[in-house]
Design a protein around this ligand. Structure first.
Ligand code: ASP
Ligand code: MG
Length: 409
């Protein structure tokens, strides 16, 4: 018998009706002769509501108590789903992360999984029971309850699939698969039949919210076959695997974008060894995340550096830099807000030169000014004005022929 791991997100278990619906799907998978492990999120917006509750009591709640609080959300869902399955006459048992044998670091709020002791789950599966595990939680070696970070239930599912050597890990969510770009903004977005781990990882890191980046990383490391599909409608989903056949020879398979980006330029810095290290160590010590970095030498003695960061870090970045102006010996810091990052992603770039050039040409033809660029083996990102973000994505989507993909239902 093969083991199938299924994960259902918050929206998919958001009401009693939805939980009943999920129970029906799980029952069907059992009837097909599989052993099933189900990972669930907290119902609907429960986790957000718990975070709000905590903020009403304390402006700096302890991380340990936050984990204690947030893990209750998933515990509600596992027990209700177990009841729904039992009501249908199926054997089912719910387990917290600790009961399922998920051992994590003790880093509250963003703990990493270090081991999964599968005996208890395996015993229950061999007894013919569906095992329902609370997502996004585990416990440390000292028995402390931990969480894996927001969105971490995907990671729980993939990690369980790896540990149990499952046939497949199906992630059921409120979208019907992974799209070439965000269908909420771009009408011509197409669902992909399949995508590679590396491409999915880039997409997830660049803001495509379908899957938690750490889950994709895990799936790649353990070669877990992942499928993303809708829990609500019956449609084929997207398969995420190592090697993907070149769908109609697509060099670019996806376009990700995000707004709320700012560019900061620090100029008149000394052109010396260690300057960049000083600037970025300072920012990192303040927990400021920096994305694209460009350095320029101006004359012999001076240099400047520009970098991008999120709009929410702008104020703090400027104030930290200004406070240390004397020490860093720069002349001026300026910023440019209201920018967006548009990225093209595709493994085909490795073997096809000129993809970046093609992207720049398409943007130029649409009179879109590029402010900054960064690349990796399989992606090119460009910063543009926020106002032209959607037109830029539309133009690239069409020029790289993603709109010509067959519509899948
Ligand atoms: N319930 C948690 C969250 O909302 C974990 C998850 O759903 O993945 O972040
Ligand atoms: Mg999620």
């Amino acid at each position: 018998m093969s083991i199938i791991v299924q994960k259902y997100g918050g929206t998919s278990v958001g009401s009693v009706e939805r939980i009943e619906h999920v129970a029906g799907r799980v029952a069907k998978t059992v009837e097909q002769g599989n052993q099933v492990v189900v990972v669930v999120s907290a119902m609907g917006k429960t986790t957000d509501q718990l975070v709000t509750l905590a903020s009403e009591i304390s402006d700096k709640p302890s991380k340990r108590e936050m984990d204690m609080l947030l893990t209750t959300g998933e515990q509600v869902t596992i027990s209700l789903l177990a009841m729904a399955l039992q009501q249908r006459g199926l054997g089912a048992i719910s387990m917290t992360g600790w009961q399922a044998g998920i051992v994590t670091e003790e880093n509250h709020g963003s703990a990493r999984i270090i081991d999964i002791q599968t005996e208890k789950m395996e015993t229950q599966l061999s007894l013919g029971n569906v095992v329902i595990v609370a997502g996004f939680q585990g416990s440390s070696e000292h028995g402390e309850i931990t969480t894996l970070g927001r969105g971490g239930s995907d990671t729980t599912a993939v990690a369980l699939a790896a540990a149990l050597k499952a046939e497949r890990c199906d992630i059921y969510t409120d979208v019907t698969g992974v799209y070439t770009t965000d269908p909420r903004y771009i009408d011509e977005a197409r669902k992909l039949h399949s995508i590679s781990y590396d491409e999915m990882l880039e997409m997830a890191n660049l803001g495509a919210g379908v899957l938690h980046p750490r889950a994709v990383e895990f799936a790649k490391n353990y070669q877990v076959k992942l499928m993303v599909a809708s829990s609500i409608v019956e449609e084929v989903g997207t398969l995420i695997e190592e090697e993907v056949s070149m769908e109609q020879n697509l060099v670019v398979r996806g376009i990700a974008f995000e707004n709320d980006v700012t560019k900061i330029t620090v100029s008149g810095l000394p052109n010396e060894i260690g300057t960049l290290s000083d600037v970025f160590t300072l920012l990192s010590n303040h927990g400021i995340n920096v994305d694209i970095i460009i350095q320029n030498q101006i004359a012999e003695q001076k240099s400047s550096v520009s970098f991008s960061t999120s709009r929410s870090s702008l104020e703090e970045t400027l104030s930290v830099l200004k406070k240390h102006q004397e020490e860093l010996q720069f002349e001026e810091v300026v910023h440019e807000g209201d920018l967006a990052k548009v990225s093209i992603i595709g493994s085909g770039m490795i073997s096809n030169p000129g993809v970046a050039a093609q992207m720049f040409k398409i943007l130029a033809e649409h009179e879109i000014l590029i402010k900054m660029v960064s690349t990796s083996e399989i992606k090119v990102s460009a910063l543009v004005e926020e106002g032209v973000m959607v037109p830029a994505v539309e133009a690239l989507h069409r020029a790289f022929q993603l709109d010509e993909l067959e519509v899948m239902i």
